[in-house]
Design a protein around this ligand. Structure first.
Ligand code: TXE
Length: 496
């Protein structure tokens, strides 16, 4: 695809129509992180434009066909969205890489995931059922699930299609409508995604799109009293601000936030598998993933050998043009983020931790936010590089002695999104599974998302879960109806 083939200036899509950017409106340059060139412009939606998008979503919910359609009719459209995503995967991949700098192999997989999100939640909604209570012989009481209303959905920049499609699919599958706001760093693939949703036959107003910065467009969306719920994926500090705004209007929030997850390598591990898995756990997706295994805990008996092998492999990771199939890492998403990640190498040195690899911009690139895979041997878990989410290709290694130490260190964190355990010992596996306070424990595997199962965080890693039952619970209201099965005696107030 050529640069002239895509829409460079993206704005809002309201009620199924692209909104022409207003003259004099605020435009933001979107930078390609691999080349530092301006890839396109983003027209920022102000509060009035966000309001128009919310009104469109409100009307589509209150009066439109989508919440009133049969589940099968909705499923047919959601399947058509899946097919559109797959049919346009090259185009979506081009746009996603242009904004994010993620390597094409990662992106291909994420586009497949975006399509799978629509299929999975169409199926889940198609099978959702209520409850019936007949214990009281005089009554039939049944419980139905109804769509909850209009959602404000805020997406991050680290995996825009995979993460926004999860929010949108879980929301609309149950009959809700939404306004989606992508990150201001990565609007292009999601603009095309929302166009494709309409090309698949989605009624106007079900999925609306606004673009802009968080404190302008995002805040106008989450502070609105006309929305019914908020779904957010992003940083923990932003999550706090969003929940505070939504809380003022008593709107519930589903928050998938940051992490500082432990990847624990026990001496009982299959060494090569653990090496492959811990490397993938921190360096996949350019290190920019909430579920990264960013604290690597290694048992002392194997520590020297493991660290040596880990550093050697980290130094050999192929970094370069994200459109090149051979590359394993591309540039970080934006300059400020790159500078923040590099800053942590200086913090590590100042604190007395040892930088074993990386910690600087990758050599051989005149342009682009490329950072060398960085490995730090931390003094202990109190180091800032072990406590703060860095969100880049930055592994902090800690050496431990016993399983008690490993579990204590894993749990000694503000976060609790996921954890990884590498062991062939059953008792060790079971202790990790039971005692680590994180939403997911992966044993002997890097990231494995079972979309049916709950996914989300303990502690500052989030509130609520994605997943078949969890998404149903968040995105629907429960209604109880009670009907007498025969005439009943009602007190006759005022009758005599
Ligand atoms: O993301 P933000 P930032 C973490 C990671 C990263 C840090 C900061 O540690 O270094 O967060 O990243 C919108 N009201 N993660 O600042 O702010 C914003 O426009 C409404 C973890 O770049 O979380 C964007 O659409 N919306 C992570 C979205 O929030 C607001 C993914 C995410 O941006 C807003 C990304 C406001 N007041 C970063 N302020 C993960 N868990 O996957 C911002 N936004």
């Amino acid at each position: 695809m050529k640069i002239s083939d895509y829409r460079r200036h993206v704005g809002s899509i309201i009620d199924g129509q692209a909104v022409a950017p207003m003259p004099g409106g605020y435009d933001i340059e979107v930078v390609n992180p691999a080349t530092e060139e301006v890839a396109g412009l983003l027209h920022e939606a102000d509060a009035a434009e966000v309001g128009a998008a919310i009104v469109a979503a409100r009307r589509a919910f209150d009066e439109g066909p989508w919440p009133r359609m049969s589940a099968d009719a909705r499923k047919a459209i959601l399947y058509a969205v899946r097919d559109k995503i797959l049919a346009h995967s090259d185009e979506l991949a081009f746009l996603e890489i242009m904004n994010t700098g993620l390597p094409i192999a990662s992106i291909r997989w994420q586009i497949t995931r975006a399509a799978a999100n629509f299929e999975m939640f169409a199926d889940v909604a198609g099978l959702a059922a209520g409850q019936t209570f007949t214990q009281n012989a005089s009554y039939l009481t049944y419980v139905t699930r109804e769509p909850k209303g209009v959602a404000a959905l805020i997406a991050p920049w680290n995996a825009p299609l995979a993460l926004a499609s999860m929010r949108v699919a879980t929301c609309i599958a149950f009959g809700n409508t939404c306004v989606l706001k992508p990150s201001e760093f990565t609007p292009h693939s999601l603009f095309r995604f929302v166009e494709l949703i309409h090309e698949a036959g989605m009624p106007a107003g079900v999925v609306n799109l606004v673009n802009g910065r968080g404190h302008v467009t995002g805040a106008a969306l989450t502070e609105s009293a006309l929305i019914d719920m908020v779904g957010f994926t992003g940083g923990t500090e932003t999550g706090r601000a969003i929940m505070a705004a939504a809380g003022r209007n008593l709107k519930p929030c589903l928050l998938e936030l940051g992490g500082k997850s432990a990847s624990i390598v026990f001496e009982s591990a299959d060494f090569e598998q653990a090496l492959d898995g811990t490397l993938a756990g921190i360096f996949a997706n350019n290190g920019q993933q909430c579920l990264a295994g960013s604290r690597i805990l290694v048992q002392r008996s194997i520590a020297d050998r493991f660290i040596e092998a880990f550093v050697a492999r980290a130094k050999s990771i192929r970094i370069g043009d994200p459109y090149d199939e051979r590359m394993e890492m591309g540039p970080l998403a934006y300059r400020g983020h790159m500078e923040r990640v590099l800053g942590y190498a200086r913090i590590a040195e100042a604190e007395g931790s040892r930088v074993l690899a990386g910690g600087r911009r990758a050599a051989g690139h005149d342009k682009g936010f490329y950072v060398e895979p960085t490995v730090v041997l931390a003094q202990d878990n109190g180091a800032r590089v072990c406590r703060e989410e860095i969100f880049g290709p930055f592994a902090s290694i800690i050496v431990f002695d016993t399983i008690d130490d490993a579990i204590r260190i894993a749990n000694d964190s503000e976060f609790g999104l996921v954890s990884y355990a590498w062991t062939s010992d059953l008792a060790t596996t079971m202790r990790c599974s039971r005692e680590i306070r994180a939403g997911t424990v992966w044993v002997n595997t890097p990231m494995m998302r079972e979309l049916r199962a709950p996914f989300g965080g303990y502690k500052a890693s989030g509130i609520g879960r994605d997943g078949a039952e969890s998404s149903l619970a968040f995105f629907t209201e429960l209604k109880t109806t009670s009907i007498p099965v025969a005439p009943i005696a009602i007190p006759r107030l005022g009758a005599n």
